[in-house]
Design a protein around this ligand. Structure first.
Ligand SMILES: Cc1cc2nc3c(=O)[nH]c(=O)nc-3n(C[C@H](O)[C@H](O)[C@H](O)COP(=O)(O)OP(=O)(O)OC[C@H]3O[C@@H](n4cnc5c(N)ncnc54)[C@H](O)[C@@H]3O)c2cc1C
Length: 453
């Protein structure tokens, strides 16, 4: 019997979840994540059901000398939620959400998806900032930042964190808050999975919905430059209630198009007034912007990102969207090799951008435009075409970009020293000190890795 098999046999009587080895029937599904390009085979997948399982999985990996990767929602395109030949701590069985409506607090387990979170909190007309796509994990998104429809009004997901229950590298469990382990609490709000495995999160909630005004308008691609200029100018006037995204996409009918998606987080009456100029601009070929449940708004883009699609992403942050940058984006989009490819421009403003850079480890607090070159295709034979288009488009954008980049959008090859500086900026030295205190042996390194000082 191999050492892994023997260790599994010993742990199984205590372990509440599942310990999956390559020969097990559930192993193959469990090893796959959102990005179909990632094809790693861990020696063991520990599907945990609680904090004690996580702690035992960490100790098991260390005793066997296996590298550890941590899977929350499994959405990260860089693919560091899994590991070749190591131990994957898989939290997909831990998706419980508990809401205290009187105090406007929610607790979410480490494998919760945003759709789970919204479903429970919206029972009480409450929400907090989550991702724009509902199948993304709460854990990875929050630990690395977390922007979404509520960001201008309520900040990033991590700005709404009250506490995190973390299992540390030695298997011990701590609760980090602004008063308990404040250094650790600062570091996990932006430092990703570097400091421990988050078994659960405690969030502040806000009154949102259930009905809000949101949706999508789309214009033909020959209007793309005008629509992007409108987007640039109109976003300068937005109140904190509105989050807005522009996207160059291919519509289901095969025609290329430019879309504007927005959600207003206040009352329906205010939302209709605020989004009137967006609906009124030009002659849209599609207008599905209007009153809708907040949880539906959070799912409206889900189908554009099919699970198992092969993904390669590059992104940069632009303080301004010049005419030349717009020309470049449209020109590059027209060359894309697959109808699933797109270029997404996310407007950052409001509460999240008013937080000082050193208040949390998360360093991208600027106002401006986060540009994602989202290369996506289905057939393995198209891998070279898909990655080459993305790299070329990204390269052509370089004259317009700023120093910071959004870490949660990194592909595997962005996790370099330069990538680390772009992600953590001036907070990197302090993060390295805290890493030395809590994970001196760098047990948690399958992430945008901060090496200990
Ligand atoms: C379709 C799509 C849409 C997206 N939309 C948004 C968006 O609107 N806003 C936004 O901000 N980002 C968005 N992202 C990016 C997203 O924030 C990252 O991919 C994020 O890492 C996803 O979290 P996850 O838990 O699903 O990922 P995973 O792949 O499971 O984890 C990513 C990394 O996070 C760490 N991690 C995960 N869970 C834990 C845990 N419980 N404890 C400790 N560390 C953990 C690990 O280091 C892991 O490698 C999107 C991504 C995709 C694919």
């Amino acid at each position: 019997m191999s050492s892994v098999a023997a260790a599994v046999k010993d742990l199984t009587p205590m372990f509440a979840g599942r310990l999956l080895q390559p020969a097990d029937a559930l192993y193959n599904d469990a090893r796959l994540i959102h990005n179909g390009m990632i094809d790693k085979r861990p020696a063991l997948i520990a599907q945990c059901r609680g904090t004690a399982d996580i702690s035992d999985a960490i100790k098991l990996a260390k005793s066997l000398g296996l590298e550890i990767a941590v899977r929350g929602g499994g959405h990260n395109v860089g693919g560091r939620a899994t590991v070749e030949g190591g131990l994957m701590i898989d939290l997909s069985l831990m998706r419980g959400v508990h809401v205290d409506p009187a105090h406007k607090i929610a607790w979410a387990d480490g494998g919760t998806l945003w759709k789970d979170f919204n479903r429970e909190t919206q029972q009480f007309g409450l929400a907090t900032t989550g991702g724009v796509v509902s199948s993304t994990g709460v854990a990875g998104l929050t630990l690395g930042g977390g922007f979404g429809w509520l960001m201008p009004k309520y900040g990033m997901a991590l700005d709404n964190l009250r506490a995190v229950k973390l299992v540390l590298a030695d298997g011990s469990v701590v609760r980090a808050t602004k008063d308990d382990h404040p250094d650790l609490f600062w570091a996990v709000r932006g430092g990703g999975g570097n400091f421990g495995v988050a078994a659960s999160f405690e969030f502040t909630l806000h009154d949102v919905g259930p009905m809000v005004v949101g949706g999508l308008v789309a214009h033909p691609i020959d209007r793309a430059k005008d629509v992007l200029k409108f987007f640039r100018d109109h976003t300068q006037t937005l109140s904190d209630d509105v989050f807005m995204v522009a996207a160059l996409i291919t519509a289901p009918d095969g025609n290329k198009a430019v879309g504007l998606a927005a959600v207003h987080s206040g009352s329906v009456a205010d939302g209709e007034k605020a989004l009137k100029p967006v609906k009124g601009f030009g002659s849209p070929v599609l207008d599905v912007m209007g009153p809708m449940p907040y949880s539906a708004a959070n799912m409206m883009l889900d189908e554009s990102f099919p699970k198992g699609g092969r993904c390669y992403w590059k992104s940069n942050f632009l303080a301004a969207l010049s005419d030349a940058a717009i020309d470049t984006l449209v020109d590059q989009f027209m060359r894309n090799p697959s109808p699933l490819c797109g270029i997404v421009v996310e407007n950052f403003h409001g509460a999240a951008t008013r937080v000082p850079v050193d208040a949390t480890a998360y360093a991208l607090r600027d106002q401006g435009f986060n540009v994602l070159i989202n290369s996506q295709w289905l057939d393995k034979a198209d891998d070279a075409k898909g990655t080459t288009w993305c790299k070329t488009a990204h390269q052509s954008l370089q004259p317009f970009v700023g120093a910071r980049r959004y870490m949660n959008y990194y592909s595997d090859d962005d996790m370099t020293d330069a990538g680390l500086s772009s992600a953590y900026g001036p907070n990197l030295p302090r993060l390295r000190q805290i890493k030395r205190k809590y994970d001196p042996d760098n047990v948690f390194h399958h992430n945008v890795n901060i090496t200990p000082a």
